[in-house]
Design a protein around this ligand. Structure first.
Ligand code: SAH
Length: 234
């Protein structure tokens, strides 16, 4: 099957899953996912599946990338923060739909790779940095939108909710136990926060602190049913 045919098939899958926003579908169509996927998985780059990247992390499943992007209700005037750059794929998609995209990754080698991709694709409205995204990006706050692509505990990190502009939206997978994760959309109102549960998912965990070489990035004992990072859960 040609790359073009694979793309069309994926876009049809996304539509069936409820991705109806033409701008989101257009961004997915235009960002070459094959450039974000390791060589060994090139044949699956346009399949609707999460794939492993370096250091035990994952590039999320396209349907989750698309649904989370759609849930953000972006417009081209917005400043958006993403936590968990990973491969950079979700950041690239977001960058086509907003004014400026800030993205933070705690594993330095992944960040470096993602930045190379942003440059190769001339995605000049992305600013990426190595850091603990649970702290947000205070120098650039407040943000109209925040997307977290790793699973938090039961509550969103306080620094992130504080950096959300009033009227703004945050989309974040929550649930300490990954068997019970849900993507949640939080709207900041003048008086507090409204919360809406969207869909069950499995994401790799949001971890505090940073690592410059990727070591010690998976604390705790290995779990045979490890979450695969940005996958729809049934
Ligand atoms: N958005 C990515 C998928 C991310 S997988 C993509 O499109 O490819 C989740 C990522 O979140 C991993 O790379 C992980 O290292 C990162 N992460 C986890 N906790 C973090 C934190 N506190 N700050 C920044 N990044 C974090």
């Amino acid at each position: 099957m040609t790359l073009e045919a694979r793309k069309i098939r994926l876009l049809m899958t996304l539509r069936r899953a409820g991705v109806t926003d033409a701008r989101v579908l257009g961004a997915i169509e235009r960002i070459p996912r094959e450039l974000f996927v390791p060589d060994a998985f090139q044949d699956q780059a346009w399949e609707d599946t999460a794939l492993p990247i370096d250091l035990g992390q994952t590039i999320s499943q396209p349907v989750i990338v698309a649904l989370m992007t759609q849930a953000l209700e972006l417009d081209e005037r917005m400043a958006v923060l993403e936590v968990g750059t990973g491969s950079g794929y979700q950041a690239a998609v977001l960058s086509r739909l907003c004014r400026r995209l800030y993205t933070v990754e705690r594993l330095k080698p992944l960040l470096a790779e993602a930045e190379r991709r942003f440059q190769a694709l001339r995605l000049h409205n992305i600013t990426a940095r190595h850091g603990d995204g649970m702290r947000g990006w205070p120098e650039q706050a407040p943000f109209e939108r925040i997307l977290v692509t790793a699973a938090g505990g039961d509550e969103p990190p306080k620094d992130l909710t504080e950096q959300l502009r009033v009227g703004g939206l945050m989309v974040i997978p929550l649930g300490g136990d990954y068997r019970n994760q849900r993507v949640v959309r939080i709207r900041r109102t003048a008086s507090g926060f409204d919360r809406e549960e969207l869909w069950p998912v499995r994401f790799v965990p949001l971890l505090p602190g940073t690592s410059s070489d990727g070591s010690a990035n998976q604390p705790g004992s290995p779990d045979p049913a490890r979450p695969d990072g940005g996958t729809a859960a049934s």
